[in-house]
Design a protein around this ligand. Structure first.
Ligand code: FES
Length: 103
């Protein structure tokens, strides 16, 4: 599975070499600062908010309508915002870089 680099709210790079599941589950399993996943991945808490590195935005794809509705409640949402639990990790995303928004 892909290698993912999370840039934490404090500016540290946390590299997960064999990221499993989705961006939220892989972060929680590897104690990535700033991603809590409070709702367990059902798109209702936004504690997994990340900004996708612009170079990767097209490959990752855009948010669904439900996800967009959640993100609209977030002050720190931008055009590359995604909820980590809604981004399934595939081999095509090897090398992905995301910035963790945190709270
Ligand atoms: S874990 Fe709750 S929205 Fe992603």
């Amino acid at each position: 599975m892909p290698k993912v680099t999370y840039i934490t709210p404090s500016g540290e790079e946390k590299v997960v070499a064999d990221a499993q599941g989705n961006l939220m589950t892989a972060a929680v399993a590897n104690q990535v600062e700033g991603i809590d996943g409070d709702c367990g991945g059902v798109c209702s808490c936004a504690t997994c908010h990340v900004h996708i590195d612009p170079e990767w935005a097209e490959r990752v794809g855009s948010a669904t309508d439900i996800e967009t509705g959640m993100l609209e409640l977030e002050d720190s949402a931008g055009e590359n915002s995604r909820l980590g639990c809604q981004v399934e990790l595939t081999p095509e995303l090897d090398g992905l870089v995301v910035r963790v928004v945190g709270r």
